[in-house]
Design a binder for this molecule. Structure first.
Ligand code: AMP
Ligand code: ZN
Length: 297
């Protein structure tokens, strides 16, 4: 297959009915992100954005697109203390910060008294997720960022929808919105590449020869849902994106007024029970106890 410019295509899409070469693909990708950002008012030029990056292809793609579109960005990497993983990710982030000439902020979970490897629970990923969300929000709040931006993809949203929303937590659907506006200490959250699928991100970082961490987190379990989505996608190209667009429409028509937030008794942050999930982890795993949660107050 050939790109319309005549060069060999590296991207062939049935959904878009397009073939693109290494040079033309990144421009196409950025145009797609621009369209999502504009349509859903995901981020604004006037906002100071904290781009949270894991070092994987998705968050690196997000940084590329936002930078190309002229947004005001700084990077945040959270070192979760995962053996044979976090140090490699940090190296990638140092390279990314140089390539894009962006500030790199670092937080070590260890400074709060524990690491992800120390969690002795079945649901390591949900505790890790709670830690990341807490630290991203805290850093943005403490340093006057307007928006916390993550590289959540169409695939991530689909998985969340099937695992968390369809299991009965219907109100969680509003968490999937590409932009969730902030309130008292809760910084606005944005997902600028929510319509992009992982394959598109992989093609982007490869086309541009950007540094990225290929290996997945060793704690991540294999997900059968993902295989299922791929089977449907193969039969019906565009299924994943069309499905998520429908879910977002649904989320936009739901009110979040019924979310009742309380203040965490330990750190003063937001919780839905009275003590936030991060403080519960601190209580359980930190040698330092309550003290390590104090900076958030
Ligand atoms: P995950 O929770 O691993 O599915 O990642 C979702 C998004 O969270 C990524 O696209 C990043 O934007 C962000 N993220 C994940 N891990 C980190 C990390 N260690 N430091 C900063 N941001 C992260
Ligand atoms: Zn707390």
């Amino acid at each position: 297959m050939r790109c319309s410019c005549g060069k060999r295509a590296i991207f062939n899409s049935k959904g878009y009915r397009i073939s693109l070469c290494e040079g033309c693909y990144p421009k196409f990708y950025v145009r797609l992100v621009k369209r999502s950002v504009k349509k859903h008012k995901i981020v604004k030029k006037s906002e100071k954005i904290l781009a949270c990056v894991s070092g994987g292809k998705d968050s690196v793609s997000m940084v590329y697109a936002l930078k190309e579109l002229g947004f005001n960005l700084s990077l945040l990497f959270i070192d979760l203390g995962i053996k044979n993983h976090s140090a490699k990710a940090r190296k990638v982030l140092e390279e990314i910060s140089e390539v894009f000439d962006l500030d790199l902020n670092l937080i070590k979970l260890k400074d709060f008294g524990f690491t992800v490897d120390e969690f002795r629970i079945r649901k390591v990923c949900s505790a890790c997720g709670a830690s990341k969300r807490y630290l991203m929000n805290k850093f943005a709040n403490d340093n006057a960022f307007d928006v916390v931006s993550t590289g959540h993809t169409c695939d991530d949203l689909l998985l969340f929808f099937f695992k968390n929303v369809l299991s009965g937590n219907w109100e969680y659907v509003t968490k999937l919105k590409p932009r969730v506006d902030g309130f008292d200490g809760f910084v606005t959250k944005a997902k600028p590449i929510f319509e992009r699928v992982e394959e598109e991100n992989l093609t982007l970082v490869r086309a541009l020869n950007l540094p990225f961490l290929i290996e997945k987190c060793p704690h991540k379990p294999k997900d059968v849902w993902k295989d299922l989505f791929e089977v449907i996608e193969k039969e019906k190209p565009g299924f994943k994106q069309n499905f998520i667009r429908g879910v977002i429409k649904l989320a936009n028509n739901l009110s979040v007024d019924h979310w009742v937030f309380k203040q965490c008794k330990s750190c003063g942050g937001i919780s839905n029970t009275g003590i936030c999930s991060f403080c519960r982890l601190v209580e359980r795993y930190s040698q330092k106890g309550e003290e390590s949660c104090k900076p958030h107050a």
